[in-house]
Write a protein of this length. Structure first.
Length: 297
């Protein structure tokens, strides 16, 4: 893969052995743990500014899912690219790192489903939630699967993803709406996905999205949604880019239904990569949110 400039990603790479596969993660700073779970087609790079800010006073952990970022990118013969695998990977990594309490969980995109599924198994470990344009429940009532994602699941769509990196390349342009990403940032987002083999996970993620009962992983989606009530009193803040063409207003309304006490910050001019569009506002708000909800000794 192309190297990512050090000034953009100034962190020490660490690796966890996942049954012979290397799972890359960042572990920066000391103190109470802040666990950041990315989605598709991003990687831990998405959280770079938040890590730089929070790691001055807290321990920031940001894994790259298998097949994503700087983690190994095995074929289907060596890894099951499923939601169940993702949740297990996150759990095994955090157990390895002895992250057993006081977790502030930060989630975005498909990282919301992965992170909250893990949280539902360990509610006693969760102290706070930071939610960024994501979901952890079935499609909202009346909401259909987004057309570009449906196309990605076709043979032609899959070919475009694997041969031309269409999913990752398009996301660097369509998922920001306040201002374009600088070219070097776009290149950093797409750098891990620079060959047919290295683009397997960006396609498998979309193919694995469970939409209805009976789909692989749907039971995890449904059971996680049933457990969200456990976090009703957990301090929660939601940052939402309202120009997101996938996680749109119906998804935000679902979060408000599940977490009526959450603080919700809307950004009318921001897209799916809300942390790129609005990092100047979001990062200070996250810092104030953490200070306003201290964890008891």
């Amino acid at each position: 893969m192309r190297p990512v400039p050090r000034h953009l990603y100034p962190f020490e790479s660490r690796f966890f052995d996942r049954d012979g596969l290397r799972m890359h993660y960042l572990d920066e700073g000391e103190g109470e743990p802040v666990v950041m779970v990315h989605g598709n087609p991003t990687w831990s790079f998405y959280y770079r500014r938040l890590i730089s800010a929070l790691s001055r006073t807290r321990r920031c952990i940001a894994p790259d899912h298998i097949g994503m970022g700087l983690s190994d990118k095995p074929g289907d013969d060596r890894y099951e690219y499923t939601l169940a695998s993702r949740v297990d990977d996150l759990g095994r990594l955090l157990d390895h790192l002895e992250v057993t309490r006081d977790v502030t969980l930060v989630v975005h995109d498909w990282g919301g489903m992965i992170g909250m599924a893990w949280a539902a198994r360990h509610p006693e470990r969760i102290a706070r939630l930071v939610i960024l344009n994501t979901a952890a429940f079935p499609l909202p009532r009346g909401r259909s699967f987004h057309a570009p994602l449906r196309f990605t699941r076709t043979a032609l769509g899959g070919l475009l993803v694997r041969r031309f990196n269409a999913f990752s390349e398009a996301a660097t342009r369509l998922c920001v709406t306040r201002r374009p990403l600088p070219p070097e940032v776009r290149r950093a987002y797409t750098a891990p996905y620079d060959s047919w083999d290295d683009r397997i996970a960006t396609l498998r993620f979309v193919q694995d999205i469970p939409l209805a009962p009976g789909d692989p992983g749907y039971d995890i989606v449904a059971s996680t949604a049933e457990e969200l009530h456990r976090f009703g009193d957990t301090p929660t803040i939601v940052f939402w880019g309202q120009k997101d063409f996938v996680f749109d207003e119906p998804f935000l309304l679902e979060w408000e239904r599940y977490f009526p006490n959450a603080e919700v910050v809307r950004f009318p001019d921001c897209g799916h990569y809300v942390l790129e569009d609005a990092h100047e506002e979001i990062i200070p708000r996250v810092e104030r949110f953490l200070e306003a909800h201290p964890i008891a000794s």
